[in-house]
Design a protein around this ligand. Structure first.
Ligand code: HXC
Length: 282
């Protein structure tokens, strides 16, 4: 789909890049010529992913254990990336935390556990990179993974919805403020893309998984390579005029939930025929 040098020598940090969608995006960026930096909380997971990537793309991945909830760890990591590896061209805000729960049962620590990663962590990493890009006069791109419930809200994942709405506002705000400095800020709103991390926390049983699939007009979940290709395009120079956008990639899921007459999919052929004859009869 892309020229193999689309991201040639671009230095890209993917937060939460050791697993799931972050890992899938990282592999795609490497295939397109990038130099990859991944961070996450678990050093062993990062090391395993690096070993896997190094087999195919030797020496092009570096790892930084970092809990993005801690601003001091973030600052130390980004300072090291600038001093040791020549900084970054692209930041992917992928790291997230989430679980399903009835909101009235949440403790303040539960709220903070999610917002600390999704909202505060994303802001810390974005600011640590942004101030350096601005000081260096270096063009850059930021891409944040949100969710369609950033604008619809969602029951049972309320701290995540609050956090993703905030991240979308961060991207839209910085698109305007940092656009004149050559820094593009965009978002992707993925629908259901099965990953071990998300599915183990968000899909309690097979019945819900089947019902969820049926909510998607295309009748399936997303594939990691589909998301990775969209991300690669958005951070590439070929998307140089896209700034402040949020691209939905959900097979039409959220619109199906929102549309008032979606329920009509339950009508049988006979019922449609009855509706049509009613119309003919005036
Ligand atoms: C109620 C819960 C809970 C649950 C944790 N807590 N899980 N409360 N229901 N299921 C509470 C704990 O009781 C505790 O409060 C507080 O939250 C902190 O819990 P810890 O386990 O100490 O937190 P921590 O180890 O920091 O883990 C953070 C986490 C965890 C967010 C809770 O799930 C995590 O690390 N997730 C990372 C990966 C992830 O979630 N990926 C999925 C992202 S999917 P008390 O009061 O007891 O001390 C996504 C988009 C989905 O974001 C889009 C779908 C289409």
């Amino acid at each position: 789909m892309f020229k193999p040098d689309l991201l040639h020598n671009k230095r890209i940090l993917v937060t939460g890049g050791g697993t799931g969608l972050g890992k899938a995006m990282g592999r795609r960026f490497l295939e397109l010529g990038a130099r990859l930096v991944i961070c996450g909380r678990r050093e062993n997971v990062l090391a395993e992913t690096k070993a896997e990537f190094d087999r195919d793309f030797a020496g092009r991945t570096t790892i930084h254990p970092c809990d993005i909830r801690d601003p001091d760890q973030v600052e130390a990591m980004v300072a090291r990336i600038w001093s040791e590896a020549g900084g970054l061209d692209i930041l992917i805000n992928n790291a997230a935390g989430n679980f399903i729960a009835r909101t009235e049962t949440l403790s303040h620590r539960a709220v903070d556990a999610v917002l600390g990663i999704v909202l505060h962590g994303t802001a810390y990493v974005t600011l640590a990179c942004g101030k350096r890009w601005i000081a260096d006069g270096r063009p850059a791109a930021v891409l944040s993974l949100v969710a369609t419930y950033a604008w619809t809200g969602s029951a049972y994942v309320v701290p995540s919805a609050m956090g993703k709405a905030g991240v979308l506002a961060l991207m839209q705000s910085l698109a305007v403020e940092w656009g004149p400095k050559g820094i593009r800020c965009n978002a992707i709103a993925p629908g259901p893309f099965p990953t071990e991390g998300a599915w183990s926390r968000l899909v309690p049983n097979a019945e819900i998984e089947t019902a969820w699939r049926a909510r998607v007009p295309l009748g399936r979940f997303g594939r990691h390579d589909e998301l990775a290709d969209l991300a690669a395009f958005l951070v590439s120079d070929r998307a140089g005029f896209i700034n402040g956008a949020c691209v939905t990639i959900d097979g039409g899921e959220w619109l199906k939930g929102a549309g008032q007459f979606t329920l009509m999919e339950r009508l049988s052929e006979a019922e449609w025929a009855a509706m049509a004859s009613k119309k003919k009869g005036g």
